[in-house]
Design a protein around this ligand. Structure first.
Ligand code: OAD
Length: 265
């Protein structure tokens, strides 16, 4: 009996029940906010203060958010077999906090707790014990929209700067229009090149990006199970061998129990 090979792909929906908004779902960030103003290199060049304020607010929200039963079920699955990889589009640390080890996880869109230089290779990671400095609130709690602020150059004086080259530091996440981190792409491709998977689980993502669909299908090439956990239909739904239209924290514990009880893991 061979070790069951498992690929899990997650998106913002897996952290929704921890209180972290999704992007395109109901109450998602991109319903009210314009990604071009917050999550592009051009936005950062135009108004780094606004971008930093938004990321600091999100860091604080994530620090305060508990893991949920979906993160815990995925961590249990990760611990069960060696042939396991989690590819998450989430920049939060909830999979790690639930116990998925770094060698079994790829954060393909980066990590919100990494701060890196916008020019050179300098970077550092850490959740930080203290709250983020209280800037002004970027997203208005009443309507979820951006408050209007005028970009002022004096404000840049408060922004963190690189100790090596003095350029502005930025959050260590992938923005629209940027390349995925090559080393992380290679880790996914190495895992997939070795063999197809017996089980692919896709959780809480609209699968907007082609590479997410490609990786799911490549992993499923030997005709194993492709399980989608998402209350809504997505472009991946038609390829799924099983569609679970329930919230992740409800559905995943049972799915993982079934898989681990099969004994092949
Ligand atoms: P989206 O916001 O696009 O999609 C969230 C998905 O989760 C939707 O399909 C929802 O139906 C589903 N969902 C909502 N609640 C759920 C729950 N409780 N359980 C299971 N599913 C649930 O988020 P992503 O697909 O992760 O990238 O978005 C991908 C990328 O687009 C993000 O990483 C981010 C964003 O722009 C960058 O910032 C580069």
């Amino acid at each position: 009996m061979h070790d069951m090979r498992v690929l899990v792909l997650t998106g913002a929906g897996v952290s929704a029940e921890s209180g972290i908004p999704t992007f395109r779902g109901k109450d998602g960030y991109w319903r009210n906010l314009d990604p071009a103003k917050l999550a592009t290199p051009e936005a950062f060049a135009r108004d780094p203060q606004l971008v930093w304020d938004w990321y600091r607010e999100r860091r604080q929200l994530i620090r305060d958010a508990p893991t949920n039963a979906a993160h815990e079920a995925i961590a249990k699955l990760a611990q069960h077999g060696d042939e396991f990889l989690l590819v998450t589009q989430n920049v939060d640390d909830l999979h790690a906090r639930a116990g998925v080890s770094p060698e079994k996880m790829v954060q393909i869109h980066g990590n919100i707790f990494v701060t890196r230089c916008s020019r050179c290779d300098f970077s550092y990671a850490g959740r930080g014990g203290s709250p983020e400095p209280s800037g002004t609130c970027v997203v208005q709690p009443t309507n979820g929209r951006l408050r209007s602020i005028a970009a002022t150059f004096e404000k840049d004086a408060d922004l963190p700067r690189c100790p090596e080259c003095h350029a502005l530091l930025r959050p260590g996440v992938v923005w629209f229009g940027e390349q995925l981190p090559l080393r992380e792409v290679q880790r996914v491709e190495n895992f997939l090149d070795r063999d197809g998977c017996d089980v692919v689980i896709v959780v809480g993502t609209t699968a907007t990006f082609g590479y997410i669909i490609d990786w799911a299908l490549q992993a499923n090439r030997n005709g194993g199970e492709l399980i989608e956990v998402n209350p809504e239909e997505t472009p991946l739904s038609r390829f799924a061998t099983r569609r679970v239209r329930e919230p992740a924290a409800i559905a995943l514990p049972g799915i993982v129990n079934d898989l681990t009880n099969r004994g092949a893991l």
